[in-house]
Design a protein around this ligand. Structure first.
Ligand SMILES: Cc1cc2nc3c(=O)[nH]c(=O)nc-3n(C[C@H](O)[C@H](O)[C@H](O)COP(=O)(O)OP(=O)(O)OC[C@H]3O[C@@H](n4cnc5c(N)ncnc54)[C@H](O)[C@@H]3O)c2cc1C
Length: 411
């Protein structure tokens, strides 16, 4: 039997959820079809022995502009990390903090040995456009992050031991090829907001968006094909064909290629996160730890220090994240954790390991924002790969695609 509807949205990740939210606001009827058993896409949380293990360590930055219109941040009860990092390097540990938000870290920051006047001046030059906002950043000629840091004269330990290892974890890429525009946007958001996790896990973000939909997402429905016709578009699932006036493909980029919605996928970076339950007593300063010696682990953190609800009483929850390319075994990840925390890890329990091989599409120069979602024949595309590889990118892209669909349908 052929079903009819105004719009079908394929994929209930953040982009698909944002798209349907906006269509609903404009009075456009939409069905949201999701292949997996739950909404959220790459934002999910596993509950393991009473611990909340996000499927790949990730943080929500309340400074993301897209959150303001779509999300009730108070209801997420955000648990912030400290605005600083601890750097483990041969010869000890250094701590760096944002003096505006973490004045308590100022003495340690000044003692860190990471602040050299010439490099600091270079970093200030690099960061000037960051203060000017998105328009100013997007007005710059784009180049690779590495080239932009070279040009500004950022060449010392702050770059090699802090900035690059930190950004490798955020970008799932340690090649330096990321767009300098995107790197500056990221730094701007980090300066404006305190990255956090919701008290009950990252899953709370998509759950909030899904709960507001008048017509719930249909999970367990994999779209097998999309056929463009003269009167509209037909979406094929294993059990039905749905005719729609417009279809929005809100999958990740590889699946969008598979459905014929975009011609080719950019390279995608992978991340692996190990979640360890440890006896209590881990540092509670809410700092992300990076490896100043550029080891295979890009970051590690006591997540329960920031968000106590992530671990049951008497335990701490530690995440250890590496690039998928590093090919780390569980034993090697434990050994790296022991080194980075200077801890005996024999009593640590590995709860779960998440291999997210398709974590983040690479944002290489030139970064383009606000591309049209329309790809012809009543088909539209949204998702982080159309904007920036982030929660911000996915949400903005979803909302914008809904604007375009509504305009195309005259709604
Ligand atoms: C490990 C990790 C760490 C991250 N860290 C951060 C971070 O700290 N900060 C940040 O801002 N961002 C981070 N991100 C990025 C952010 O999570 C993503 O950019 C965002 O969730 C992408 O959302 P999306 O809707 O574009 O795509 P997805 O979340 O991939 O959603 C696509 C959906 O489409 C569904 N689908 C695919 N094919 C079909 C089909 N044929 N039929 C029906 N449904 C289909 C999929 O099942 C999926 O649910 C991280 C991501 C990962 C994986």
């Amino acid at each position: 039997m052929v079903e009819r509807t105004d719009v079908v949205v394929v994929g209930a990740g953040l982009a698909g959820l944002a798209c349907v939210t906006e269509l609903q606001r404009r009075g456009v009827e939409a069905r949201l079809l999701e292949a997996s058993d739950a909404v959220g896409g790459r934002v999910r949380t596993d509950v393991v022995d009473g611990h909340l293990c996000d499927v790949g360590f990730q943080l929500l930055n309340p400074a993301y502009p897209a959150l303001r219109e779509l999300v009730d941040l108070d209801a997420l009860d955000l648990q912030p990390f400290a605005a600083g990092v601890r750097v483990r390097r041969r010869g000890g540990v250094a701590t760096l903090g944002d003096p505006r938000r973490e004045p308590r870290l100022l003495p340690a920051t000044l003692r860190s040995g990471l602040l050299r006047p010439r490099e600091l001046a270079g970093l200030a030059r690099w960061a000037v456009p960051v203060l000017g906002g998105e328009k100013r950043i997007m007005g710059l000629t784009d180049e690779s992050l590495a080239a932009s840091l070279d040009a500004a004269g950022v060449r010392g330990p702050l770059r090699r031991q802090v900035l690059e290892p930190f950004l490798a974890g955020v970008l799932a890429d340690d090649s330096g090829a990321t767009s300098s525009r995107y790197a500056r946007l990221l730094v701007r958001w980090f300066l404006l907001g305190a990255p956090a996790v919701p008290a009950v896990g990252m899953r709370a973000l998509p759950a909030q968006l899904a709960a507001r939909l008048h017509r719930p997402a249909e999970t367990g429905v994999r779209v097998q094909g999309i056929d463009r016709g003269v009167d509209g578009v037909t979406v094929r699932t294993p059990s039905e064909a749905v005719e729609a006036r417009a279809v929005v493909v809100a999958t990740d980029v590889q699946d969008a290629v598979g459905l014929g919605a975009v011609p080719a996928a950019p390279p995608v970076g992978g991340l692996v996160t190990w979640w360890f339950s440890t006896p209590s007593g881990m540092p509670q300063d809410r700092l992300l730890v990076v490896d100043g010696d550029r080891g295979p682990v890009v970051n590690t953190a006591v997540v329960s220090a920031a968000a106590p609800g992530y671990a049951p009483p008497g335990r701490d929850l530690v995440q250890v994240t590496a690039l998928a390319d590093a090919g780390l075994t569980d034993a090697e990840a434990s050994a790296q954790a022991a080194r980075l925390w200077d801890a005996d890890v024999t009593a640590w329990d590995l709860l779960v390991r998440h291999d997210v091989v398709r974590a983040l599409p690479r944002a290489v120069a030139p970064l383009r924002l606000h591309r049209s979602a329309a790809v012809g024949g009543g088909v539209f595309v949204c998702g982080d790969h159309r904007e920036t590889p982030s929660i911000q990118g996915a949400l903005t892209s979803g909302t914008r695609s809904a604007d375009e669909v509504a305009a195309a349908l005259g709604a």
